[in-house]
Structures are given as C-alpha cells and as structure tokens.
Ligand binder design. Structure first.
Ligand code: SF4
Ligand code: SF4
Length: 718
C-alpha cells in the first residue's frame, strides 16, 4: 500500500497528515470581537467569508494557493454557510466562475497566480469586465514579482488598465488587507466592475492580527436556491452591439464612480509628515519597504505619504490635491512599465500643477524594490529635491553596510553561488531525464520542449535538458513548428497538472488535428506538486466523493492516440527502451509516454506517519536504502551526473593509493532505487548495493540474518 502507482491510491491514502490546516480552519470560524492572528492570505480568506460570498474558486499557484487549500479543508464551514467551492482546472475556468455575478446579486471570489494565471484567464476577464457585475466580484492574484519569483516578470496592472478592472494593492498590514477585501466587494457593486487585489509574497506572508467579525451566510446560496433564472437582458451579454455600449460605460460611468468611491471610503491612506513641500506616493503593497527606507534615513514621519491601496483607477483629484503646493513628489512604483508615474505626470500637467515628479529616474525601472534599492532611491531623491535635509550620517551608514557586504563577498572569493531549485531526493521525474540523457548518448541531442512544473528543474544542471518553456501545459504545442523541421523527433515534457490545465487541448488535440509526428512524455505524479500537492482530475479520489474523476491514458485513447505506453518512472532501462522506440517507430502520429510515479515529497509525507504508527504497534517495517561500495567505486561519478540525486555525494577514497574521491550515499536517501537503475542502464561500475533495514524484526528475519552472516563470513575467509 505504501508504494502504489501514482494514480491508483485510495483517497484515504492520499491525504497528507503532515500538511494540515487545522489551526487555519479554526481561525475561519472566529466571530465578532475575537482576535484573528495569522498570515495575510488567511486574513483575506476570513474577510471573504465575513463579506457574504456565495462562491469561491481558484487555481493553485504561489503565493495565494493557501486561500483555496484552507477552504478545501473547511468544507463543513462552507456547507453551513452555503458557500460553493470550485477547485478549478485552470485560471480561465476560475475567471468564468465570476459569470455568476453578472446576472445575480451574488458575491464571489476567485484566486490564482499572476502574471501567468491572469494571461490564461484573460479571455474570460475581458468578457466579464465588459458587461460588468451586479454582485461583488473579487479576484485575488498572487503578484509573483521579484527576484525570488517563479514566473515571468510582468505586472497585473496592465490587465487592470486594458480591461477596466479595478486593482487593489493593499498595504501589508492585516487590518488594511481585511478592510480592502471587504471594501472590494462594495466597490465592485457600487461600480458594477470586478475588482482585482494583488498580493505580493510579502503581503501574503506578513503576520499580524485583526478583530474578526461573524461570517455572513449569503442570501443566494447552495442553501437558499433561486426558483427562477435571471430575466434575459441583452445588456448583460458580452456580445455586439452590447459591447459598444459597455466600452463607453466603463470610462464615462464606472471609472468616475470608482474614483469617488475610493475617496469617500478612504481606501487610500494619507500618512502625515512635517514637510509641506515634499511628498511620496507609493503603491500600497510596497509601503513597508518604503517605511523601512525612511526609517534607515531617519526621516520617517517627516515626508507626507499617499499610500495607494488602489492603483487603478487612480483617484485623480485626490492625487492632484496631494501634489498641489509641493515642490517635489517621489512616486515609488515597483516594476516596469511606469504606469502610475506616467499617469501622475499626465494628470498634473492637465491641471497645470507644476510639482516636479521623481520616480524611475532615481529608482530602477525594473527589478524588485528591496529595502536597499528603495533606500538608495530615497537618497537620490533627497539629494536632488531637498538638500537641506542632512543625510550625511545615514548615508555613511548605508555606504558602510554596502562596503561591508562587498568585503564579505571578496573574502568569500566572489558572490555566493546561486541555489537554484532542484528535484527532491527520490523525485519520480528525475529518472525520466536520466533516461533521456542516456538516449542522447545513442541518438545525439534532441530538441526538448519543456513545460511549467517540477520537471522544469531538468533545464538546470546536471541535466541541462530543455530548449524552451512557453507556458503551463504548452510544451507539445511549442514543438509544433520545430518538429517538422527536425530530422530527429522532438520530445515534449509535460506534467499531469499541465496536461489538464492546457495540454490536453492546446497540445494533444492540436497535434492530433495536425497529424504531428512528435513525442510527448506526461509526468503522472498525481498532483500539482510544485504548488503544494493539490489534487487534479487524475488524482486518485475526488475530494467530494472519493471517486477518481479522470484517467489520462483513457482520455488519450478516447482522443485517438494510438501509440501510448505507461511506464513506471524508476525503471530507467524500460523508460530508455520506450523512448528509443518512440523516437524510431514508423508510427507518424503522436507518441505518448505516461511516466507514472507518485510525487516523492507527497509520498514521504503520506508514509512517514504510517510507518511511525506501524513501529509504535510493534509491527515489522522494512526500509530500503542504497549505498556505494567504496572498494568498487571507480571515482568516475557518472552516477551523479546521470541522476543528480542530492543524496549522492562524494567522500575521500579509503584507498590510500587512489586520490579520486568516491561516491557515497548520505542519510537523505529515500530508497527510490534510481542510482542503481542508472548504474545498470548506463552500464556503470557495479558499486551500488541495496540494503533492506528491518525494524521490529521477526524470528525468521533474525534466523536469515544469522545464516547469511555465517555464509558470507565463511566465503570471506575462504
Ligand atoms: S515535489 Fe514531488 S514532483 Fe516535485 S520535485 Fe519534489 S518529489 Fe519531484
Ligand atoms: S541515493 Fe539513490 S536510492 Fe537514494 S534517493 Fe538518491 S537515487 Fe534514490
């Protein structure tokens, strides 16, 4: 039961006891006057329940996965309130969910990771924004921006501007985040416009507290169903000629109404300061970084600051009033292009306000605004606009700290090496890339079309496999124009999450439709592992009824894929043979290999508590480990280059006559067997051995051990 193939575990075995949200679920039940303590993203989750949402949905992605993850475990609470939860198969379906608020006065909230998720949702978002909504619609996007981000560096602001969606960017403080969330629904209803709320990593994970309110059961819900559908109203349909009117309403009615609402409800914040001639306008989400910079320069509380918790629309009168009479204003806006700064320039010029606007001239156009970056920008701003402020001491400290870091780097012999992410120890996806490496030894380099997911780590050392990444589930489509011009077939690699997200239609259907002669490897690990092991359609056991929803191989067969193999990933030899066959078969259609192996991280989380319970009951438990025989290892290290397992390390050779270090397996080994498989498939030295560690051994185990020890001892002394 511990080692079932990925897609065939019963649902009771699928839960991760180590990853439980019991505390968070309890926090969602807090009532009037109780104190909520926790992270920003959980505060948003509580705030949407306090706002009377009728439905919630989303697609997982950092840094907002927590919102849906916690609600999945709060089904009892949602049932009591009558709130519908939809775990969507992609962001497009999450955005379309908000269609409920077009015709019905129902509040809804969906979530995903931006910018990639917003790209996927873009079609539905345009069609939602055009007719607008009568029930409050909120989209919580994880603004994965900055130099630790996992996606392309672009801003959600562009979507807010182009589709006339309002964009909130709350200051990372729990009361502000909660107030903005609740006000977002009111703003949405007051202006018939969906509202987006972007939360950077620092806002999602900021911790704090706020005074909770009771959750509000929605008036229309699963518990209070509608007897009749909404009356037909062509104005609510995103189709010409309604769309021509929608465009005008957006700019002539909805935007002015939104600007009024923002001011009347105090959504932006004014932090007072002593200097009447200077000011700072900052995106709410990076206010804490700005405050840190001002504090370092000992000018905190001196410069009036306008915190834009709403960055679209800009409350133009409020901004003009803030700037009027000031000599200079600094706009602190993270990321490119400088949408806000440009808009402020325009609105001031149109009102003949001659305040000098600083922004991207003293701060970098692109890249994350860390405290150091912002502090340096502030120093430049003050140097150019207010040289009466004596910053000599803070500047000295800032320069000294920077010099200290440079000196530390020099002593370390250069910048610290980067620590790019990599496969977990024992990952089931690593063996597939070992097999591809071996294949390339035979057939030469192959064009590899990569995808989003853990398997993208294969684009890094030691595999260095992959020529492009075009989006989640897009690898097969991305090979569309490469495959016809290649003498060798292309290989596209896609995860099962990517397959359901987009790969099935954009890749498989399109390739079949175009009679594409391509190879596709689908990593069937059973979850969207990279985002926290959320369930997907082929996960064994749907969260509602325990029945598995869809099977990848059956789906492919139904679509007409003729060449289809399901291979257990750890069998490197079989995988290599299958890849070889896929690359050389006379079949000119799509060839799919479903590489089956449960995510090792999820597996370890699943089996560890089971093993602990077995040991406690005194039951026999066998743990498999691998090792390297020091005396046999040649010190060639091909095993390390071909598997890349972090548990495979080097150590000095025990043989004084050999200077090369030998390979060694450390205690992190989870016994997946890949190193032994690779050694066998690649015909490396026979130095790997497998050891079964038996705990709570039986009399039979002990007897076998005694006999074996005697025989081996006798052979050794012979
Ligand atoms: S999370 Fe799972 S699939 Fe991803 S690298 Fe780790 S073991 Fe592999
Ligand atoms: S050392 Fe070998 S058996 Fe152990 S986890 Fe790594 S690849 Fe798997």
């Amino acid at each position: 039961m511990l080692d079932q193939p990925a897609a065939r575990l019963p649902v009771s075995q699928r839960t991760n006891p180590e990853r439980s949200f019991t505390e968070e679920v309890r926090a969602l039940r807090l009532g009037d006057g109780e104190i909520f303590r926790g992270e920003g993203i959980l505060a948003v989750t509580k705030a949407i329940l306090q706002s009377g949402v009728a439905y919630v949905g989303g697609y997982q992605g950092a840094p907002v996965s927590h919102l849906v993850d916690v609600l999945v475990e709060s089904q009892d609470l949602l049932d009591e309130l009558g709130v519908h939860l939809e775990t969507c198969t992609n962001e497009s379906s999450a955005a379309a969910l908000l269609g409920a608020s077009i015709n019905y006065p129902m509040r809804g909230c969906v979530t995903w990771k931006s910018i990639v998720g917003t790209n996927v949702a873009a079609d539905a978002l345009s069609n939602l924004a055009s007719p607008g909504v009568i029930g409050g619609a909120l989209i919580v996007v994880g603004e994965d921006y900055g130099e630790g981000a996992s996606v392309i560096q672009e801003r959600t602001q562009a979507y807010a501007l182009k589709s006339s969606l309002w964009l909130m960017d709350p200051r990372p403080s729990l009361p502000t985040i909660v107030r903005c969330t609740e006000k977002a629904f009111e703003l949405s209803e007051a202006t018939n416009t969906p509202v987006m709320m972007e939360l950077r990593i620092r806002a999602c994970h900021v911790t704090g507290e706020f005074v909770a309110r009771d959750n509000v059961p929605p008036a229309i819900s699963r518990n209070h169903r509608l007897a009749e559908p909404a009356a037909h109203n062509y104005d609510r349909i995103s189709h010409p000629p309604s769309t021509y009117a929608h465009e005008k309403i957006k700019v002539e009615v909805r935007q002015p109404a939104a600007e009024r609402f923002i001011v009347e409800h105090g959504l932006n914040e004014h932090l007072p300061g002593e200097r009447s001639d200077l000011g700072i306008i900052v995106q709410g989400g990076i206010t804490n970084v700005l405050v840190r910079g001002l504090d370092r320069l000992e000018v905190e509380g001196k410069i009036p600051t306008l915190v834009l918790n709403v960055t679209h629309p800009l409350a133009s009168d409020q901004i003009a009033d803030f700037c009027r009479g000031k000599r200079a204003v600094l706009v602190v806006e993270e990321g490119a292009p400088d949408y806000i700064e440009q808009a402020i320039h325009v609105l001031l010029r149109k009102r003949d306000i001659d305040t000098k606007v600083y922004g991207k001239d003293v701060l970098p156009m692109a890249g994350e605004y860390t405290a150091e970056v912002v502090t340096e920008g502030l120093l430049k701003f003050f140097a150019q606009s207010a040289n009466d402020i004596d910053l000599s001491k803070p500047r000295e400290r800032f320069e000294a700290a920077r010099a200290g870091r440079a000196e530390a780097q020099r002593l370390l012999g250069g910048p610290l090496p980067l620590r790019p992410p990599g496969f977990c120890t024992g990952c089931p996806e690593r063996p597939v890339f070992s097999a591809i490496k071996l294949l390339e030894r035979e057939v030469g380099k192959v064009h590899i079309s990569s995808d989003i997911g853990c398997h993208s780590f294969a684009t890094l050392a030691p595999f260095n496999l992959g020529n492009s990444i075009l989006g989640f589930g897009m690898s097969l489509a991305a090979a569309g124009a490469v495959a016809p011009v290649m003498q060798k077939r292309t290989i596209s690699v896609m995860g099962d999450g990517g397959f359901w997200h987009n790969g099935l239609l954009s890749g498989v259907a399109s390739s079949m439709f175009n009679r594409g002669d391509r190879v596709l490897v689908i990593m069937q690990n059973g979850y969207t592992s990279a985002t926290g092991a959320q369930f997907i359609p082929n996960t064994s056991g749907n969260r509602r009824d325990g029945e598995t929803t869809s099977d990848i191989a059956a789906t492919l067969k139904a679509m007409g894929v003729g060449w289809l193999r399901t291979i257990r990933t750890y069998n490197v030899g079989t995988m290599l043979k299958t890849l070889r066959e896929a690359m050389s078969t006379d079949d000119k259609g799509l060839k799919v290999i479903v590489a089956d192996g449960e995510c090792q991280l999820a597996r370890q989380r699943r089996i560890r508590p089971q093993i602990a319970a077995q040991l406690k009951r005194g039951e026999r438990v066998v743990r498999t480990r691998y090792g390297v025989d020091d005396e046999v290892c040649t010190g060639d290290h091909s095993c390390i280059r071909l598997s890349g397992c972090p548990s495979l390390v080097v150590k000095p050779s025990p043989d004084p006559l050999r200077s090369d270090p030998v390979a060694s397996v450390n205690n992190g080994c989870v016994g997946c067997g890949l190193c032994g498989e690779v050694a066998d498939a690649a015909v490396l030295c026979p130095s790997f051995y497998r050891a079964d560690i038996v705990q709570n051994a039986t009399w039979w185990d002990r007897l076998k051990w005694k006999v074996r020890s005697k025989v081996i001892g006798a052979m050794a002394s012979a």
